[in-house]
Design a protein around this ligand. Structure first.
Ligand SMILES: [Zn+2]
Ligand SMILES: [Zn+2]
Length: 542
């Protein structure tokens, strides 16, 4: 969930430029939460004080743009981005009722614009989505390069090429600092090109006897083009399945990224095409339960079904954390007799991030004095830091969220280092509501999922006598405890024994009754089950 801030000026008069506003997907340990985003409380305050000059979006991946609709209303600034990224954001907004109308300033690919005291050049780079840009940020004090997500690929099929001449020219101009992608900093060598993936896919599709379905990221237009080219060469038609896929393809067609390809067929055409004349392109490569692939694997898709002998190609990498849902789908497909092909079986995918050989190339072009590794796990950042030092960066700064680094100073004796920490944190999207990561509701939900809930309602007279029978409800507990005693009976006994044993004075205090009953119930359930559930006791005076 990327969000970077560049500040210029002394602390009391500092202007901020924000770069990217992304989301991350929540792990299963956070029950009921799908999406996490950065807490922008600090930036919101700066925006209110008139110190936020703009937000730049480098490219259209969710980890860079996904929080825009939810968080822009808190910032209210102009958003600067390039044509394809803008069109994607607009297409998404139109699909979301109530999404805010955001003021965009569209900069052409490779363009340059002034934002407050910053002069920002959008330098095209190759990546796994079209229209990705590094930023050359010029200030009166010097030039820093924010690479965004990038790789080197001279034949990317669709989208920008990382131009050696442009980056060398920036190096000649004098780069004070580079803030650079670390995602693949532990992988040696240079990534294969998208055109090699296209060749790999063509070979596999040509060899397939029956239907072929390929799953990939909807935003990877170059990959979709590669699959379509492979289909064309092997005499097959392309059927597009999944709403996200249709939305991106609509934008890509408008932007003329799919010229020269025959039109794709809608999902309802699938059933009428001969088995050896079809390639279906599907969403769901990360195991998303509601996406096309998961539904097909469960034989639950209204239009698409697979038969024994059909092939499914995962033209993707499983993002860490998604292994379980992806494996579940692979196994379900294998049980249907489908042959599953992944990147273990051939060149069917290539990452959009630079391996070590490409990082070295970038350092040779830019020759920065300062390196700040970003966009990676701690291991990736530390490997990148070592590489940067080897490549001649004199100062390498390691960051954690919230650190403020002095990159450039008017006083050349001051080095690049962390000088301050600003508030940072995470927000969870809970239904339609944004809550802080520390919200007690989240911890409570985790406890509920672990040990369930016992609810007890007791009516008492003002003299402290129990009126009628207590009402008891158990949810999320097994029916029987050890020894076979029903747990609802254990609760009932615990409640009645506890009430019987309470001195009269204590019985007249509803809070004291609730506290004693809670303790008794949790203790007895623990003895019978081995776990302590949450316990809610409601005492009503009648
Ligand atoms: Zn990206
Ligand atoms: Zn990214």
């Amino acid at each position: 969930m990327n969000l970077g801030l560049y500040g210029l000026g002394p602390r009391n008069r500092r202007k901020w430029l924000a770069v990217d506003l992304g989301i991350s997907f929540a792990p299963p340990e956070i029950p009921g939460i799908d999406i996490i985003m950065p807490d922008v409380a600090f930036l919101e305050k700066e925006a209110d004080a008139g110190n936020l000059v703009g937000l730049v979006i480098t490219h259209g991946h969710e980890d860079h743009i996904g929080a825009l609709v939810d968080l822009w209303p808190r910032l209210g600034c102009t958003v600067y981005t390039t044509p394809f990224t803008h069109a994607l954001a607009e297409a998404r907004r139109l699909g979301e009722p109530g999404a805010p109308k955001i003021p965009f300033h569209i900069v052409p690919t490779g363009g340059r614009t002034t934002i407050g005291p910053f002069d920002v050049e959008f330098v095209p780079v190759a990546h796994s989505i079209p229209d990705s840009h590094a930023l050359a940020i010029r200030t009166p004090l010097g030039l820093v390069v924010h690479t965004g997500d990038w790789k080197i690929d001279p034949t990317p099929v669709v989208g920008n090429v990382t131009d050696p001449a442009r980056f060398s020219a920036l190096g000649d101009e004098g780069v004070r600092a580079v803030i650079c992608d670390s995602t693949n900093a532990i992988r040696d060598g240079i990534s294969p090109s998208e055109i090699d993936v296209q060749a790999g896919l063509t070979e596999l599709i040509a060899a397939a006897p029956h239907r072929v379905a390929v799953t990939t990221f909807a935003s990877n237009v170059a990959r979709i083009r590669s699959i379509a080219e492979a289909a064309m060469k092997t005499g097959r038609e392309v059927v597009l399945v999944g709403r996200a896929m249709e939305r991106v393809i609509g934008v890509a067609r408008e932007q003329r990224m799919l010229d020269g390809l025959p039109p794709f067929r809608p999902a309802d055409a699938y059933g009428f095409l001969p088995r050896d004349k079809v390639v279906a392109i599907l969403t769901g490569s990360q195991g998303e339960p509601r996406a096309a692939l998961a539904r097909i694997a469960d034989d639950d898709h209204p239009e698409i079904a697979l038969s024994p002998g059909d092939h499914v190609i995962f033209s993707s990498r499983t993002i860490p954390g998604n292994e379980r849902p992806v494996n579940r789908i692979i196994n379900a497909l294998v049980l249907q007799g489908v042959k599953v092909i992944t990147d273990r079986d051939g060149l069917v995918h290539v990452s959009g991030h630079p391996r070590r050989g490409e990082l070295e190339q970038m350092y040779k072009w830019l020759r920065p004095q300062v390196s700040v590794p970003v966009h990676g796990e701690p291991l990736h950042l530390s490997e990148h830091a070592d590489l940067a030092r080897r490549m001649g960066a004199r100062e390498v700064v390691r960051l954690v969220d919230g650190d403020v680094v002095r990159l450039i100073s008017a006083d050349p004796s001051l080095s690049a280092e962390v000088i301050e920490e600003i508030p940072s944190g995470r927000l969870y999207k809970d239904g339609h509501v944004l809550v802080g990561a520390e919200d007690p509701a989240i911890a409570e939900r985790r406890r509920l999922s672990f040990s369930g809930l016992v609810s007890v309602a007791i009516a008492m007279s003002s003299k402290g006598d129990v009126v009628g029978d207590p009402m008891i409800d158990l949810s999320g507990l097994p029916r029987l405890g050890v020894g076979g005693t029903p747990l609802d009976e254990v609760v009932e006994d615990a409640v009645l024994n506890c009430l019987d044993g309470l001195p009269k004075a204590r019985r007249r205090d509803p809070d004291a009754v609730a506290e004693s009953v809670t303790r008794a119930v949790r203790g007895q359930i623990n003895a019978a089950w081995g776990k302590k559930p949450l316990c809610h006791v409601l005492v009503v005076t009648v």
